[in-house]
Design a protein around this ligand. Structure first.
Ligand SMILES: CC(C)(COP(=O)(O)OP(=O)(O)OC[C@H]1O[C@@H](n2cnc3c(N)ncnc32)[C@H](O)[C@@H]1OP(=O)(O)O)[C@@H](O)C(=O)NCCC(=O)NCCS
Length: 177
């Protein structure tokens, strides 16, 4: 039976292998990785799917900023083991994690992904909202979702990653340790 649970440190190596399988070993060259370089994933929104202990799905989120100072979260990477696609695992990772984000008062989610899939969860093209990606990307894959009604009103500008871990704490994305 598929079980969804928070990601733990012990899942790290299996997640890396799954991501290599889903996106290729050169995945770190993708534009979305530029947004993740200096920050850590948002632990409370990272989940894994397991079947009898074997990892078959992963979702992670990263803190980002829109324009000068609008906090947002970056959905992804999301991946399901190729042998387990089409069983609803992706939906079970995305839907509840977006709900968890809403409960934690995150207001805007950005993603670089397939519109026909992420559109099921409410994502729409980000350029239409005046958002700009900091590297050349396929506009049809640059997506945004309001987690709170009206969250995008008056918000526009470049989507950027956080410059360092200190900023992640200062902006309230992570507890001070
Ligand atoms: C995209 C992905 C996460 C979907 O996970 P999944 O568990 O197979 O998806 P679900 O079972 O929840 O949903 C299946 C439905 O989504 C559709 N779907 C799956 N991947 C899709 C894609 N890339 N584009 C459009 N539709 C897609 C399926 O056709 C199916 O449609 P149906 O409900 O009408 O039959 C998975 O296929 C994957 O890991 N792909 C490789 C990595 C990737 O591209 N990740 C980013 C995607 S934005």
């Amino acid at each position: 039976m598929i079980e969804i649970s928070p990601e733990g440190p012990e899942n790290g190596p299996q997640i890396e292998r799954l991501l290599d399988m889903a996106f290729g070993a050169d995945r770190q060259a993708r534009p979305s990785y530029r947004l993740r370089e200096a920050a850590a994933p948002l632990e409370t929104l990272c989940f894994v799917a397991r079947d009898d202990g074997a990892l078959c799905g992963t979702i992670r989120y990263w803190p980002i900023v829109i324009g000068a100072d609008t906090p947002a979260i970056l959905l992804g990477p999301i991946a399901v083991h190729p042998a387990r696609e089409g069983e609803g695992i992706g939906g079970r990772l995305i839907g509840p994690s977006l709900e968890a984000a809403r409960r934690r008062d995150h207001r805007i989610a950005v993603a670089l992904g397939t519109r026909s899939y992420l559109g099921r969860f409410g994502f729409t093209p980000a350029r239409a909202h005046g958002l700009v990606f900091s590297a050349p990307v396929d506009d049809t894959r640059f997506l945004v979702l309001e987690l709170a009604p009206g969250a995008l009103v008056g918000v526009s500008g470049a989507v950027t990653g956080l410059p360092n871990a200190h900023d992640q704490v200062a902006r309230g994305f992570a507890p001070a340790r």
